[in-house]
Design a protein around this ligand. Structure first.
Ligand SMILES: [Zn+2]
Length: 482
């Protein structure tokens, strides 16, 4: 800082002197008279300019000598490398030039050039953390995995670059599909920088994939503490993980802990349908029908869903269809205009053989929003009311080509899943499944079967249709969405 100020002052003084010299030159009529220690010079205009240039060179030399003296003083003061640094400044300059060229080549996608520049920088500069890093990046860019690995391993020895080295190795293992080593490296990287968002994400993904739900929940908590996750998203995701944890315990048929874990999951996130259904089932297992109904009602209030209705039916597996219709009023009264509620009510009424009530419940859903489910329900109503077989068959053939209605869809890759899962089986996305209609076209066939209803003729014998018997398997109807 001080040195910069001195240099600026020097230049200002130089410019002032030159200006003054010019003025004197004009005043004395073109010649410069200098008196110095008894000597007297008289310089013409050209000579004056030459003298000025010589003076400039002298000044530059003085600066260099002054720098050397400074370096010597520093050396004498105990800075052992001060003098060699003074002479190495040129080398250093070339080294930094190589680093800068390498970085530009890297950004321009010229991996091979970047690697050459990186190796040159390594020769000139004594900054392994900088040059090795550049070598690693350039080696990655040209696809030289071996060289990149060596460079990353070198970075591990320096505490400043240790994290970068681990991260580089982890990414390489991930790309190779060696998730086990990648997980170990991610854990190390996480221990070094628990607030590093990318590491958190990778670790979370690897832990979920390897079913380490306890570890994943800890990582998620760190993520929330780090501020990179809103509280409500954290709650939902933690519930997802807790649910998985609970499922794992269920598999080993340790029912008490499973029940508690599932209920904890449900408490965290009452709008999470699978958690609610599971919590309800664990209450049913414990014989606590009241609480089972309570969690399901709460979840239905948040979002009506066939999985909830299926669990609600399981509370009283032996009841008659009409008793069931009455008991379900607790659910169907909550969102009477919701399509899911209307479909459920129609199905319950079909099971109880009150077809006009089923038709009323369904309303215009089969026309306004025809899906496989609404059209099949319509066919069952027509059948129950004794309509002509051709009419029933008409609804069923329409159902064949109708959209599927809401499904568990991945928000990432749009894959459809039969049941909810925390990880998309197609793209491995975490917590990406949502209950919604698949994108347009997913339900319709590409073979033009939309023409089928027009082509199908009435056969001579009436087609055999499954009877909507009173003891109809309600779960099967309700679960049709699964
Ligand atoms: Zn997906």
């Amino acid at each position: 800082m001080l040195w910069t100020v001195a240099r600026i002052l020097f230049f200002v003084a130089l410019v002032a002197a030159l200006g003054l010299g010019g003025a004197v030159l004009v005043e004395t009529g073109g010649s410069l008279r200098i008196a110095l220690a008894g000597w007297e010079f008289s310089l013409g205009p050209l000579q004056s300019v030459i003298a000025g240039i010589v003076l400039l060179f002298l000044a530059w030399g003085v600066i260099k000598v002054f720098q050397l003296i400074l370096a010597t003083l520093r050396f004498l003061n105990g800075d052992e490398t001060a003098i060699s640094r003074y002479f190495d400044r040129n080398r250093e300059k070339r080294g930094y030039q190589a680093v800068s060229d390498g970085l530009i080549a890297l950004a321009a996608g010229e991996g091979r050039l970047a690697l050459i520049k990186a190796q040159r920088a390594q020769k000139y500069l004594d900054q392994p953390e900088l040059t090795t890093l550049l070598v690693a990046q350039a080696a990655e860019a040209v696809g030289d995995g071996q060289k990149a690995t060596e460079a990353y391993k070198e970075l591990l020895s320096n505490p400043d670059t240790r994290f970068v080295g681990i991260r580089g190795l982890m990414k390489q293992r991930l790309a190779e599909g060696d998730t086990l080593t990648a997980l170990a490296l991610a854990e190390k990287a996480f221990a070094l920088k628990p607030r590093h968002a990318e590491t958190q994400d990778i670790l979370l993904k690897l832990q979920s994939e390897s079913s380490d739900w306890t570890g994943a929940r800890q990582t998620l908590k760190a993520k929330q503490k780090g501020g990179s996750l809103p509280k409500d998203v954290y709650k939902r995701r933690d519930a997802v993980l807790a649910l998985q944890q609970a499922k794992g315990v269920l598999d080993e048929s340790a029912s008490i802990e499973a029940r508690e874990a599932a209920i904890a999951a449900n408490k965290l996130s009452p709008d999470l349908i699978p958690a609610a259904a599971m919590a309800a089932r664990s209450y049913i297992l414990a014989g606590d029908k009241k609480n089972a109904a309570r969690v399901l009602k709460k979840a239905w209030e948040a979002q009506p869903h066939p999985d909830l209705a299926a669990a609600f039916a399981e509370i009283e597996p032996e009841e008659t269809a009409s008793a069931r219709l009455k008991r379900f009023a607790a659910l169907t009264g909550l969102h009477p205009e919701h399509a899911e509620t209307r479909l459920l009510l129609a199905e319950l009424n079909i099971a109880a053989e009150s077809f006009p009530a089923a038709r009323r419940a369904l309303g215009d859903l089969a026309q306004s929003h025809p899906t496989q489910r609404t059209l099949t329900i319509m066919a069952a109503i027509e059948r129950g009311e004794g309509s002509d077989d051709a009419v029933v068959r008409g609804w069923l053939t329409r159902a064949l080509t109708a959209p599927r209605g809401p499904q568990w869809c991945c928000d990432n890759c749009q894959a459809i899943h039969a049941a909810w899962a925390p990880i998309c089986s197609n793209c491995s996305g975490f917590d990406t499944l949502s209950w919604r209609e698949p994108p347009e076209g997913a339900g319709a066939s590409a073979t033009g079967t939309e023409m089928l209803p027009l082509l199908v003729k009435t056969p001579e014998k009436p087609a055999t249709l499954k009877d909507p018997e009173p003891e109809i398997d309600l779960e099967a109807i309700v679960r049709r969405g699964e």
